[in-house]
Design a protein around this ligand. Structure first.
Ligand code: ZN
Ligand code: ZN
Length: 85
């Protein structure tokens, strides 16, 4: 990933080690034309996985959903119509 100065289009060294990942905008000074600019970082998508027992033969664990007519499984997030009592 290259950071390009928006003024002189010089390629910066990868600033990755020096930036605070908790903020999206970073102030930077171009070492070539000495102008300050702001850059933001976009990251590759990160995949997270977790165990889903109800996709492996266990019963769904239904919880009340935002829509009162439905319950939603807290593991697989599948909704189903609430059964009439
Ligand atoms: Zn520059
Ligand atoms: Zn489920």
């Amino acid at each position: 990933m290259d950071l390009i100065c928006p003024y002189c289009e010089a390629k910066m060294e990868d600033p990755d080690d020096n930036i605070n990942h908790n903020v999206s905008d970073h102030e930077w000074r171009c070492g070539y034309c000495d102008k300050n600019f702001i850059f933001s970082v976009e990251y590759e998508p990160i995949y997270t996985s977790h165990q889903v027992p109800c996709l492996n033969g266990e019963p769904h664990d239904y919880q009340p959903a935002t829509n009162v007519n439905y319950v939603i499984c807290r593991h697989c997030h599948k909704a189903k119509l609430k059964e009439a009592i």
